[in-house]
Design a protein around this ligand. Structure first.
Ligand SMILES: C[S@@+](CC[C@H](N)C(=O)[O-])C[C@H]1O[C@@H](n2cnc3c(N)ncnc32)[C@H](O)[C@@H]1O
Length: 268
């Protein structure tokens, strides 16, 4: 079984709640229609699900357990969005009949699962013929930033180790096309897009979040418990994130891989 590396600490949710359909699913938006049914797997805090619901007829948001699903539900209800249903489901084994949805979508989920190819097979199974399977994931080794603080290199090394120990693939972005092909999807458009944090506000938000997250999230606990890092090292990394926030020339770019797959229409 894979463990979700980030957990759902407030410092993690702060990052995920910033996400919108525009900044995280732009590659999919031109393909959505007002009558579409859309499955959003691994909805997390549900901000993207709530946005997508404004553009389609019906969204089904899923999460791995009731506690995680409560986070998705809270955002959707807070925003007064009424066309979202909720279900507990593991993307490896979705509890929906074949051909149930016009669109299936996963944002930053495949990097955390044990078998991303099986996940895509399941997403394709529940998508109707002619429908769309869409997924986007970041690629940690492709992140780049300035200034080059050695502690941020250490942060990257530790993150990669923790994510892999949990059965995930932090460099998922570059592998999306390959995973789609392995899942039997033949009509695939692959693309990439980035997030960039360079203004004082963005730096405060992104670097401040990681400064907290490296000390307080389940990943921090995992790093200490497994002996990958000491609390003192994590404190140094946290301080380096604060130094990055304060740097007037601080810049950070996050590459994502995206796949938009058309499920073949039936020919008979
Ligand atoms: C990085 S969060 C992304 C949340 C949301 N899609 C977003 O981008 O804001 C990844 C989510 O995937 C969920 N997840 C992890 N393993 C999963 C699995 N096997 N099936 C479905 N969801 C899973 C986690 O619970 C977590 O909420």
């Amino acid at each position: 079984m894979t463990v979700y590396t980030h957990g759902h600490h407030e410092s993690v949710l702060r990052s995920h709640r910033w996400r919108t359909a525009e900044n995280s699913a732009a590659y999919l938006l031109p393909h959505l229609g007002p009558g579409d049914s859309l499955l959003d797997v691994g909805a997390g805090p549900g901000t993207i699900s709530a946005d997508l619901a404004q553009r389609v007829g019906q969204v089904t948001a899923t999460e791995v357990g009731d506690n995680e699903l409560a986070l998705s539900r809270a955002t959707v209800h807070e925003r007064g969005v009424t066309n979202v249903e909720f279900a507990v489901a593991d993307v490896h084994n979705l509890s929906f009949p074949d051909d149930s949805f016009d669109v299936t979508h996963a944002h930053q989920v495949l990097q955390h699962v044990g078998d991303p190819v099986q996940a895509l097979r399941e997403m394709a199974r529940v998508t109707r013929p002619g429908g769309i399977v869409a997924a986007r994931d970041s690629d940690y080794h492709a992140f780049c930033w300035w200034p080059r603080l050695p502690e941020l290199d250490e942060w990257m090394r530790l993150y990669q180790a923790a994510a892999r120990a949990n059965g995930g693939e932090p460099d998922a972005g570059r592998r999306m096309l390959s995973w789609a092909r392995a899942a039997g999807l033949t009509e695939v458009t692959a693309s990439s897009s980035t997030w960039c944090f360079a203004t004082p506000e963005d730096r405060e938000w992104w670097g401040g979040m990681w400064s907290d997250r490296i000390l307080e999230s389940v990943m921090a606990q995992q790093l200490v418990d497994t002996g990958l890092a000491t609390s003192a090292e994590l404190r140094r990394i946290s301080a380096a994130w604060r130094a990055w926030v304060e740097a007037e020339d601080g810049w950070f770019s996050i590459l994502h891989g995206e796949i938009l797959c058309r499920k073949p229409a039936r020919t008979h």
